[in-house]
Design a binder for this molecule. Sequence first.
Ligand SMILES: O=C(O)CCC(=O)C(=O)O
Ligand SMILES: [Fe+2]
Length: 215
Amino acid sequence: MTTDLLIQPVFTDIANDLRAQGYSIVRTEQTEGFARDLLAQLHAFEADEFHQAGTGRQQEHQLNSNIRRDRIRWLSRDTDAEVRWLDFMDDLQRQLNRQLLLGLFSHECHFAHYRPGDFYRKHVDAFKGQANRILTSVFYLNDNWQADQGGELVMYRDDDPDTELLRLVPTLGTLVFFLSEDFPHEVLPATSDRYSIAGWFRLNSSRHGRVDPPR
Ligand SMILES: O=C(O)CCC(=O)C(=O)O
Ligand SMILES: [Fe+2]
């Protein structure tokens, strides 16, 4: 069921945060419910349906285990939990376009599994000028996560990439958004399995008959 007719207060909060500071962190009963369903779905997939993540897109796609170690599976509309999440993000996309005129065209996202010790070194999700990834979302699926388990997302300041801006514990139902070009970030190793969904809202950069698909 689409939530389009119902403008959710959380969408307005996210838009206001993005306008004011370029990032937003939210957690509500609703996002917790989504996270529980998505975690159950993730556990229902077979382990071999996840594959080693790479860096770069399409042809440039390389496995680089010095940079990132997570294993991923792209979301599809194959299960109810995924459909509900993708519909929610579509509704958010419409709302952000209305409120912030971002011109977001599509959203793609993947489950990610970081095993104990896995990490993702400091990086940005899009490079200025060539970016069609505009807005990053990360949604955490870890029930009862304790601060001493590690696995924090560390975000660095957009105006000073060497200075830490914040550390986010990957607790179930926590949802973070940030402008993809602006904020360097990294995933610290954890002592337990760490589950999340990382996603990107993109512009439509298909031009002159050349189709530029996601991923
Ligand atoms: O899982 C996270 O906290 C961030 C993941 C990330 O930076 C990415 O997949 O690009
Ligand atoms: Fe990232």
